[in-house]
Every structure is written in C-alpha cells, then in structure tokens.
Design a protein around this ligand. Structure first.
Ligand SMILES: [Zn+2]
Length: 91
C-alpha cells in the first residue's frame, strides 16, 4: 500500500491544505507553500500582509522555541481571520 499525501503544509495558516490549493512562493530566498486563499488576502493589502507575515514569523519562532505548543494559539487564529479580523479589541 502506498500512501499518497496530497496535503501540503501552509506556512501562512500553519495547517495542511490540499495540494491543488497550494502555490509555491519565494519569500526572502526561502521557498514556502501558501494556499491561494492566503495569497488573495495578501494581494488586497500588501502592507498589512507584510506586517502580518512578520507577526507570524515571530509567532512561529516563539512556538518553535518552546516546542511544546502543538496547537495554534487563539491569537493566531484571530489574526488568520477565524475571528473578527479587522476589529481589534482591547481588553
Ligand atoms: Zn493556507
């Protein structure tokens, strides 16, 4: 039995998507897979995407450093648009 893995890890969403939805993009010399959805979001607001990308990179580094966090923290989900994306609530 051969197991074919069609899902590709999306560095933007930090989750797996079907390969058909993925695009290989080169960012600062590094090739990463991103889903079309995330690219479409980025196209609409490049400045925000850049800022967002930096945030995600920092977040990723933090997650990698701790190596204990296997699940996506809620704040990241919120940034990815799972919650109210544009409204920033300050407690
Ligand atoms: Zn994605």
């Amino acid at each position: 039995m051969i197991t074919i893995t069609d899902d590709v890890f999306c560095y933007h969403c930090r989750r797996y998507h079907p390969a058909a939805e993925m695009t290989l993009v080169e960012t600062k010399g590094a090739k990463r897979w991103r889903c079309r959805k995330s690219l479409e979001h980025g196209r609409t607001s490049p400045a925000r995407r850049d800022d967002f990308g930096r945030l995600i990179t920092e977040q990723n580094q933090r997650i990698r450093a701790s190596s204990t966090a296997k699940t996506i923290p809620y704040c990241v989900k919120e940034m990815l648009g799972f919650g109210a994306a544009s409204t920033r609530e300050t407690a």
